[in-house]
Design a protein around this ligand. Structure first.
Ligand SMILES: [Zn+2]
Ligand SMILES: [Zn+2]
Length: 253
């Protein structure tokens, strides 16, 4: 009599059921806790990046510039780049969690363009902590910078909205889509501030103008580079009657 592997039936379903019964809610112990940033290495804490990825997530050096949320590189009120702007920043205060450099830059790219949406939680947590330290009390509502509907449809999500939800939930404040993107704008990465500003003229419109009136709104986006997008969004909310507008980003480029 021969004994072949084909004769040995592995009761897979039964085994899975048994493990589930034995482990109950603790079964995640059997599932590797993979890093949401690299998706490869193990993380010590559920939903948090692994130690190697976290090494690239340095916060800005202090003190901080209230104009852009980056490092304040002089003894004046605003950093050199904010002071060189022809017009003052239109928002009341900007806070950012990290410089747009090193490992975080690649992780933001994966978050925006490669579907790594699990990064919304650790990014959102750091943004909220930065706001609590350098901003102050929670706002009346958190407002994500909108994508054009076609871009959102193709991507499957608006990364700013995922961040806004993570930031707002522990505060118990609402996430409100108070802005609408009226038209498609070309990718702005290679344009400087004035070209960006021109590219963005009239791009945002308020959704229900009454909703912004008299409130403190926290505008959320992934990265601030020149600040032209956030400036256009701020001006739209200001025209809609918002009393105070702050901005919060993962990174300051
Ligand atoms: Zn990792
Ligand atoms: Zn600045």
């Amino acid at each position: 009599m021969t004994c072949s592997a084909a004769n040995v039936a592995i009761p897979r379903h039964g085994l899975r059921l048994l493990l589930r019964r034995l482990c109950g809610e603790g079964r995640e112990l059997l599932v590797p806790n993979l890093c949401p940033a690299c998706g490869v290495r193990l993380s010590a804490e559920l939903g948090e990046p692994c130690a190697e990825c976290l090494a690239g997530w340095r916060p800005h050096a202090e003190p901080r510039c209230p104009g852009c949320g980056g490092h304040l590189d002089n003894a004046l009120k605003f950093c050199g780049e904010c002071l060189r702007m022809e017009e003052a920043r239109p928002w009341d205060l900007a806070v950012s969690a990290a410089p747009f450099a090193g490992g975080i830059r690649d992780q933001i790219h994966r978050f925006k363009y490669q579907g790594a949406t699990a990064l919304a939680r650790p990014f959102g947590r750091r943004m909220r902590e930065a706001w609590e330290r350098f901003g102050g009390a929670p706002p009346d509502a958190v407002v994500p910078v909108p994508l054009h509907w076609w871009r959102e449809l193709r991507r499957g999500y608006n990364q700013a909205e995922l961040l806004a939800r993570e930031i707002a939930a522990p505060w118990g404040v609402p996430v409100e889509n108070l802005l609408r993107r009226r038209r498609w704008t070309r990718q702005q990465a290679r344009l400087h501030f004035h070209a960006r500003q021109k590219n963005l003229q009239g791009v945002f419109a308020p959704r229900g103008p009454e909703a912004a009136a008299g409130r403190h709104l926290l505008l959320v986006d992934d990265v601030m580079t020149t600040g032209a997008t956030l400036a256009a969004a701020t001006e739209t909310l200001r025209r809609a009657g918002a009393q105070q507008i702050s901005v919060l980003t993962i990174a300051r480029g």
